[in-house]
Design a protein. Structure first.
Length: 364
């Protein structure tokens, strides 16, 4: 059987960013230590139940680095022991929530990739996002990671934030390029219901949709000119540094997610843990979420990738010819420069990425 991906959700944060609707909370040292033990127990149970190997490990949040180097190292070592993880091992970090010896501790345990939340290097923009580390701290964390031997570094940035301009966003991109990052994830700000941003959405000073679209296209051109491939709607990588764990999601491959709010796809079934840390710590079972991996889902996920849908791969997976009526539907999008299609594949262009939700909805 193919190897799965393993995701561990760390639901703790120093403070809640005003735009974020991910499941997270504050916690003291004992909360974090006890939760770490709960994750280890869950890994042990699932390892026995599945008997599967994993070739990627991703610790996301929340703010995983807030657990501390010792706890992250423990989780990493147990994951390697229980699931045989020997590939990409990523930990998300907030620059303001990292101990001085954090990178050495996690590198020693086998972590080989860091995802650092930059969002913006413009101080006024960062403060409005609820991010409190300055540019110097971000630079320090990048250098600490490299010194510890973790040189595969992904930086997260955001488009469309308060008071952002093309010039200020360009400054953030220049910083990321100069930092030596191997990967850049760029997310458009989305105002989620139930967040502080949602409550004051009409008073936020945000760039308009056209301005954000211009930023996105200019970013794609700039990063490509500096050696980054735009391999997924929101992701850019230097050659060989694509995010292997997240590619499992977009390739409709299997993964196990542990922790409150974590989702899984195993043996054609989807399931998830509720957004309730006590439920998880008390050994609650995940909630079934129906079947997964059908043709529609595969099309939806693969169209997020630059390579799109390779017809030969579709035909091997589903043992049928790719539907010609879907290929026919691409014609008007190709004419408008939003898609490309030939006898081997169909894919969105960079302009098409901007309208991906609308275009993909035509095919599923």
């Amino acid at each position: 059987m193919d190897n799965i991906g393993l995701y561990l959700h760390i639901p703790f944060c120093k403070t809640k960013c005003p735009y974020c609707d991910f499941y997270s909370m504050r916690g003291d040292v004992s909360d974090k230590d006890m939760y770490t033990i709960s994750l280890v127990e869950s890994m042990e149970n699932w390892s026995d139940k599945l008997g599967r190997k994993a070739d990627t490990l991703y610790l996301g949040g929340g703010t995983p680095s807030i657990l501390g180097g010792e706890n992250i190292a423990m989780l990493t070592r147990r994951a390697k022991n229980l699931f045989g993880v020997d590939g990409e091992i990523t930990v998300e970090c907030n620059p303001s929530a990292v101990e001085e010896d954090f990178f050495e501790a996690v590198a020693d345990a086998g972590v080989n990739r860091i995802s650092l939340g930059v969002q913006s290097v413009i101080e006024s923009e960062r403060k409005k996002l609820g991010r409190f580390s300055d540019r110097e701290i971000i630079e320090k964390r990048i250098e600490q990671s490299k010194t510890a031997g973790i040189k595969n570094i992904s930086l997260d940035v955001m488009l469309g934030v308060q008071e952002q301009t093309m010039k200020s966003f360009d400054e953030t991109l220049d910083f990321c390029i100069a930092s030596g990052a191997t990967h850049i994830s760029a997310y458009m700000l989305k105002i989620e219901e139930g967040t502080p941003y949602y409550k004051k959405k009409d008073s936020l000073n945000l760039p308009n949709d056209d301005e954000v679209a211009d930023m996105y296209l200019a970013m794609s051109e700039k990063l490509r000119a500096n050696g980054f491939e735009h391999y997924e709607i929101s992701n850019f990588a230097r050659s060989g540094f694509e995010g292997k764990h997240n590619l499992k999601y977009w390739n409709c491959e299997e993964y196990l997610g542990l922790g409150p709010s974590a989702h899984s796809f195993i043996d054609g079934k989807r399931f998830f843990y509720p957004r309730d840390i006590e439920y998880f710590k008390n050994g609650g079972e995940p909630i079934p979420d129906g079947n997964g991996g059908d043709e529609e889902e595969y099309i939806m996920l693969r169209l997020r990738l630059k390579d799109g849908i390779v017809f030969e791969d579709f035909e091997k997976r589903f043992e049928k010819i790719f539907p010609r009526d879907i290929i026919k539907k691409t014609e008007r999008f190709v004419e408008n420069g939003l898609m490309k299609c030939d006898d081997k594949s169909m894919a969105l262009t960079e302009k098409g990425f901007l309208l991906s939700n609308l275009i993909i909805a035509e095919f599923i």
